[in-house]
Ligand binder design. Structure first.
Ligand SMILES: CC(C)(COP(=O)(O)OP(=O)(O)OC[C@H]1O[C@@H](n2cnc3c(N)ncnc32)[C@H](O)[C@@H]1OP(=O)(O)O)[C@@H](O)C(=O)NCCC(=O)NCCS
Length: 173
């Protein structure tokens, strides 16, 4: 038996490919967010490491995810009960809602999961939510525009030769 994030209840972790399951088509599935608990840690780290394990081990992403889960700042993106991605969200950016990181597992991309940006924005305590992405990350920039985010400006000096582009969305609250 598996819990909601797909981890077997006996605690034994399976490969994400096994539990993120047989059907990749999400178009008829309900997308929701669930605050991650320590039980979801392996799922989130696996989704992250599937993106770029070497780089993310170097960047200590597992530690960052563990910290976010403890602070209740990590949300699993569920398609019905399947874990298809996650979002790290906090208020560290000038006390505004801040999307620190959003990752959709590769096989579930290009299916409109960007609607999660709406869900995460709606649960924010602030009426503005900010985020940033590298200039080289075309998919995220397009996804942000599609979700109604506005370009706020760019910052150089973080990643050499790859400016950080900031975006925000203002909501009626
Ligand atoms: C960026 C990311 C979150 C987008 O997630 P997604 O679920 O694939 O996005 P969606 O399917 O909702 O796409 C929404 C729109 O964004 C654009 N888009 C998304 N991926 C794209 C790609 N690879 N190429 C071009 N446009 C893309 C399209 O306009 C798309 O709408 P369309 O499919 O109707 O044309 C996903 O690609 C991802 O997890 N990337 C790796 C991690 C990352 O870079 N995170 C962002 C930095 S924090």
């Amino acid at each position: 038996m598996k819990n909601i994030a797909g981890i077997p209840e006996n605690g034994k972790k399976e490969n994400i490919e096994d539990f993120c399951d047989l059907i990749n088509d999400l178009h008829h599935e309900k997308i929701t967010l669930k605050k991650a608990t320590t039980k979801d840690k392996a799922t989130v780290i696996e989704i992250n490491y599937n993106l770029n394990k070497v780089q993310h081990v170097e960047q200590k992403r597992a530690k960052k995810i563990t910290k976010a889960i403890s602070a209740k700042q990590c949300f699993i993106i569920l398609a019905n009960t399947k874990a298809v991605g996650f979002v790290l969200f906090d208020y560290r950016f000038f006390d505004q809602g801040w999307i620190e990181l959003m990752i959709i597992a590769e096989k579930y991309r290009r299916q409109g999961i960007v609607q999660t940006l709406d869900l995460i924005s709606k649960q924010a305590k602030t009426n503005k939510v900010f985020t940033s992405t590298n200039q080289s990350n075309g998919p995220m920039q397009k996804a942000l525009s599609k979700a109604g985010f506005t370009f706020a400006g760019e910052l150089i000096g973080l990643d050499d030769g790859d400016p950080e582009l900031f975006y925000y969305k203002k909501m009626e609250k």
